[in-house]
Design a protein around this ligand. Sequence first.
Ligand code: 5GP
Length: 188
Amino acid sequence: MSGVLLVISGPSGVGKSTVVAEIRERRKFHFSVSVTTRHRRPDETEDIDYHFIATDRFQEMIENGELLEWAEYAGKYYGTPRGPVVKALQAGNDVLLDIENHGAMQVRHSWPEALLIFIAPPSPAELERRLRSRGDTTEPDIAARLSVAAEQVEQARGTYDYVVINRDVDAVTNEILDILVKHEQGTQ
Ligand code: 5GP
């Protein structure tokens, strides 16, 4: 029996990585390690957080069909290596992808059985507050992210299987895990 491919997406600043970390605490998943052309941050570990690769290699992976999906985000490339995902699913393990919106849309088409969940902010004002409180984002960047977020939330309602609202990490994690259980029951 094949595992479930769970795709989590949502706008910058919505708290997606915290929720994804909490999901992984509570349930066993094969977590897909993406390739990216951006630089490693000081708190990140090669091959655990990302495989950090050169742009040439990324292009080669696209051409060879080695990526399940890929996207450009903030001027850098990000992609999901296909091989490990397919192998884990075939072995019956559930797979979790934490990817941005364009990549999620590609998975929608290339892997129709995937379960796509979009995490939305409680309100645009709350998202703005969260982006500001990170302290690492410039004003023009905040404005750009807010406008992308508004567009994405609008679009998500028509394209994702579920849109959940992150008012509280614990509650939204429970909601996502409940959706997953229902999805499994429905596909058995
Ligand atoms: P960051 O640079 O902050 O780690 O990630 C930036 C954005 O890229 C996040 O929204 C993250 O979910 C997304 N991302 C990470 N890996 C992938 C990937 O393999 N494919 C796509 N499409 N997005 C990714």
